[in-house]
Design a protein around this ligand. Structure first.
Ligand SMILES: Cc1cc2nc3c(=O)[nH]c(=O)nc-3n(C[C@H](O)[C@H](O)[C@H](O)COP(=O)(O)OP(=O)(O)OC[C@H]3O[C@@H](n4cnc5c(N)ncnc54)[C@H](O)[C@@H]3O)c2cc1C
Length: 397
């Protein structure tokens, strides 16, 4: 057994760490204030191959596997502890993979090169006003009329709506083409949100991750060509579950990366800050917190790379069953964001009032990490539900 990375993976990590620390990290406060990831940072990330990282070389991607994508997610989380850039990255990596694998050639050639070049944004539009956890219960309807789908419905809390509307791009949008069949009547349709008649967008302000927008997509008799259907009609639920499972690995890696970086910042701080005539690091109350968070993050980090590796093995050789992969991913999607948020919150308190101020960036990290306890690629209880179902078997859960 070998827990190490290959030389190539280590080089990739070093290279992107350097690039991100030059082009992204110095601009985080500006990003928070302007509520947009600087376009130059996006372009630099594209040059590093980070955007649509899983997409085929044919469309400008790296065709990276999930271990490599997980390294990228962890590094982006470290570089942007507010976790906005991680969202941009992981949605394109996770859903770009699904578009590339199941999308139609003409649509892929039209969209994906603009995603990998950093111009377009690609995301996923699943959640509806009636709820996000019950994916099979979604209500957006698509009916086939001649050579197009006519779509009616509303998607909400969708990341990247503002970016896709401003710069181009769109979403893998979940619809029902055969609502009587429940999850077996679901179809995914790529939906560009700029200049598509019948599609309108509006924005929602969130407490954190200010660098990436969140918004609503409203579809009223929106006409989308058949070429935008991703995969088979009525099979969308299965592609959706595959996409969520993959993206969840990257969510966990990003939150763990951010928490590791915040912990390092905390260590530097407590070694220098004096209270009651001693360095803060000398107090056992603080040391125990440090030790506990370090250990939990190490455990989650090991599990996230295991989940990524199992996913790659599943695709390469079916060495693991789908159920085994889902168990690993659901476990780490619960533990990763939970441990990460706990660590970031506690480290923020080490900084005292400074940690609460807009000078520190730690406050932005607390707000950003909290989003991953809410939802973002599946709520925590849903992860536990999936895990229990895979352990018990469907007949007993
Ligand atoms: C910042 C942010 C960005 C997002 N970006 C996107 C995006 O890009 N695309 C997209 O489609 N969605 C996005 N979402 C939505 C996200 O996927 C949903 O929030 C999530 O799926 C949960 O749905 P909900 O908010 O409607 O909560 P609900 O489904 O109403 O759930 C509410 C609560 O009930 C709990 N719960 C649900 N089911 C069970 C159960 N069976 N047992 C016990 N408890 C349960 C949940 O854990 C949750 O705490 C985003 C959310 C946030 C916060």
């Amino acid at each position: 057994m070998d827990f190490g990375f290959s030389d190539e993976q280590e080089l990739f990590r070093r290279t992107i760490r350097e690039g991100l620390s030059t082009h992204l990290t110095p601009r985080l406060r500006e990003m928070e204030e302007n509520r947009e990831i600087p376009r130059e940072a996006i372009r630099e990330m594209a040059k590093m191959g980070l955007l649509g990282i899983t997409v085929s070389e044919e469309f400008g991607g790296m065709h990276a596997d999930f271990v490599t994508s997980t390294i990228a997610a962890e590094e982006i989380g470290r570089a942007d502890i507010t976790l906005a850039t991680a969202v941009y990255f992981l949605l394109e990596a996770g859903w770009g993979y699904i578009f590339d694998k199941y999308g139609q050639q003409e649509a892929k050639a039209e969209v994906l090169p603009h995603v990998t070049s950093g111009e377009y944004f690609l995301g996923v539009a699943s959640t509806e006003p009636s709820g996000g956890s019950d994916v099979a219960g979604e209500k957006t309807l698509a009916r086939r009329v001649d050579d197009k789908y006519v779509v009616n419905g509303e998607k909400t809390y969708i990341s990247g709506v503002g970016e896709a509307h401003k710069y181009g791009g769109g979403f893998l949008l979940f619809t029902k083409t055969n609502p009587e069949l429940g999850h077996k009547g679901m179809t995914i349709i790529y939906t560009p949100v700029r200049d598509t008649p019948g599609v309108s967008v509006s924005l929602i302000r969130n407490m954190g991750r200010e660098g990436i927008s969140t918004g609503i997509i409203t579809l009223r008799e929106a006409e989308l060509p058949l070429k935008y259907r991703v995969g088979e009609e009525n099979s969308g639920f299965y592609y959706a579950m595959e996409g969520f499972n993959n993206a969840r690995i990257l969510v966990s890696a990003a939150t763990i990366g951010a928490a590791q970086r915040v912990l390092e910042m905390g260590v530097d701080y407590i070694k220098n800050r004096e209270v009651f005539g001693q360095k803060l690091s000398k107090f056992q109350g603080v040391q125990f917190q440090l030790a506990e968070h370090y250990a939990k993050l190490e455990a989650a980090r090991a599990l996230v790379y295991k989940a990524a590796w199992m996913t790659d093995e599943y695709y390469r050789s079916s060495r693991f069953s789908r159920s085994e992969v889902v168990k690993s991913v659901s476990a780490v999607k619960w533990l990763g964001p939970t441990f990460a948020f706990d660590a970031i919150r506690d480290v923020a308190t080490w900084f005292g009032a400074y940690g609460y101020s807009k000078y520190s960036l730690i406050e932005a990290s607390v707000r950003g990490a909290f989003s991953y306890l809410m939802g973002a690629e599946g709520a925590l209880n849903v992860m536990k539900q999936l895990l229990a179902r895979e352990i018990l078997g469907r007949d007993y859960a």
